[in-house]
Design a protein around this ligand. Structure first.
Ligand code: ADP
Ligand code: MG
Ligand code: ZN
Length: 480
């Protein structure tokens, strides 16, 4: 039998606010354990939570950028469970009436039609603390509880079960990741858990309209692992069914070392969270003005930016895609276009030399030593014929090293292109005299030898001869 996988993702997005969601403690990462805590996030009796307005603003922006409607009156709920890293014995989350609902994202896979993936809801919640085990605590074999992360703001973005393959899931996830980082809502660091994903996977016979039983794979923390975990899980479920077994609803863990998922707890062991509205927090009322103000504050989104690069700047889809990979890169490119004007040339250099040098040196685009303005000056030197495209690469490397302006480097190193016909002609004469054999070959019809002569002229001129002039004069002279 043929099977159709069905996938729905629940994504946790850690928000880049300075302070926690219900208290004023700092959210800074990596401080001394329990140094960023107060009675509220420690869950001391009598301490009352106060909602951080910034979290609401971030949630509204996330919702608007994913085509959600913003719930005018949303409420917080207590999700009850016991774990040592959860001091209150419940997590404040949203259950009924989450802040954002009924959104969607369009994904596009190579060679396929675009597809709309529904977003069921986005809700706000607090993170739990962290358990630290053994050596790390300095407590020998004991475990410690670090509550610095307790009460850190999260958004949970829940998709509809609209995804049908691991590739669709990864494409959706990458787009969501791009949006929240583009908006500055999240640092997007998957390894550190700032953006993490639970994947719900089921399979059903092709043509069926009833979904199979799903397994939920917890906390997968890279795009690659999401793909691997989903693919493994699909095959595991198919094998199980083919062997006459049935899939049970359960929570599973992905092990990156083995590439497999394994059972963590079954539905019978699953928590009954006993959700109920949190009496300590009043309903959150969001007026239309607030929503509209947020809408006007939104920057151009990556998808719009990509489309504009194609329609206004004449880039190919591919180039536009690469240059909108993240916002600083898109801004770098646009600043370059503003300073130079030739979008295609700026795109080529940004995607070529700039990106290569950033990667080689592990530098982020924000710290790029060759600014868009300096890149534009370099391109101008090529346009004016002062240097050749080839020499420009040498100049670029020097700009990268020294941060100097290209004009200065060209002057200091005497790299100005030689376009003077007389000078080039005398080089050609010399070379032809020294290579009479090749001249004969060329004249005898072996046109490939032409490249040899171009190479020689470039070598003697140290790359400075203007290639167009060299070609023209060589043709004339060799034809004799
Ligand atoms: P829970 O809160 O128990 O995890 P939800 O109903 O909120 O359950 O669903 C969680 C996720 O599971 C959603 O992303 C949804 O799209 C997905 N999902 C629901 N049913 C299935 C299914 N049969 N196969 C795959 N994914 C599913
Ligand atoms: Mg779930
Ligand atoms: Zn606190």
């Amino acid at each position: 039998m043929k099977y159709q996988p069905v996938i729905g993702l629940e994504v946790h997005v850690q928000l880049l606010t300075d302070t926690k969601i219900f208290c004023g403690c700092s959210t800074k990462f990596g401080s001394e354990p329990n140094s960023q805590t107060c009675p509220v996030c420690l869950g001391l009796p009598g301490a009352l939570p106060v909602l951080n307005k910034k979290v609401v603003e971030f949630a509204i922006k996330a919702g608007l950028s994913t085509n959600c409607s913003i719930t005018p009156r949303s409420i917080f709920a207590r999700k009850n469970y016991f774990y040592p890293d959860l001091p209150k014995g419940y997590q404040i989350s949203q259950f009924e009436e989450p802040i954002c609902q009924h959104g969607w994202l369009d994904i596009q896979l190579d060679g396929q039609e675009g597809k709309r993936i529904g977003i069921t809801r986005i809700h706000m919640e607090e993170d739990a603390g962290k358990l630290v085990h053994g050596d790390l605590t300095g407590l020998d074999d004991n475990s410690g509880v670090d509550l610095n992360r307790a009460c850190t703001p999260l958004l949970e973005v829940v998709s509809e079960p609209d995804l049908r393959s691991s590739d669709e899931a990864v494409s959706y996830l990458k787009q969501l990741h791009q949006i929240v980082t583009w908006l500055g809502l999240c640092d997007g660091n998957m390894e550190e858990g700032s953006f993490r994903c639970d994947a719900n996977v089921s399979v059903m016979p092709v043509g069926s309209d009833t979904f199979g039983t799903r397994a939920e794979i917890k906390n997968v923390n890279s795009f690659k692992f999401v793909k691997q975990a989903i693919e493994y899980e699909i095959q595991r479920q198919i094998d199980l069914i083919e062997d006459g077994g049935t899939v049970v609803q359960e929570t599973r863990l992905f092990d990156p070392n083995s590439g497999r998922t394994r059972s963590m707890r079954s539905k019978e062991e699953a928590h009954d969270y006993r959700y109920f509205p949190d009496p300590d927090l009043v309903p959150l009322v969001i007026c239309d003005e607030w929503v509209e103000r947020s809408r006007t504050e939104l920057p151009e989104l990556p998808e719009q930016c990509r489309k504009r690069f194609v329609s206004q700047l004449g880039l190919t889809e591919y180039d536009a895609e690469v240059l909108t990979a993240n916002r600083p890169l898109a801004e770098f490119f646009e600043a370059g276009v503003a300073a130079h004007g030739n979008a295609k040339a700026v795109a080529n250099w940004t995607m070529g030399e700039i990106t290569r040098s950033l990667n080689d040196s592990g530098t982020s685009i924000r710290e790029c030593p060759v600014t868009p303005q300096l890149l534009a000056e370099l391109l101008k030197l090529i346009d004016e014929g002062t240097i050749s495209g080839k020499i420009a690469k040498t100049v670029f490397d020097e700009m990268w090293r020294s941060g100097k302006a290209p004009q200065l480097i060209v002057e200091e190193q005497g790299l100005v292109q030689v376009s003077d016909g007389g000078a080039i002609e005398s080089i050609i004469d010399e070379i032809m005299a020294a290579n009479a054999g090749q001249v004969e070959e060329y004249r005898g019809g072996k046109e490939k030898v032409f490249g040899f002569f171009v190479g020689q002229v470039m070598k003697v001129s140290k790359g400075k001869a203007n290639p167009a002039v060299v070609n023209e004069l060589l043709l004339k002279k060799l034809k004799g």
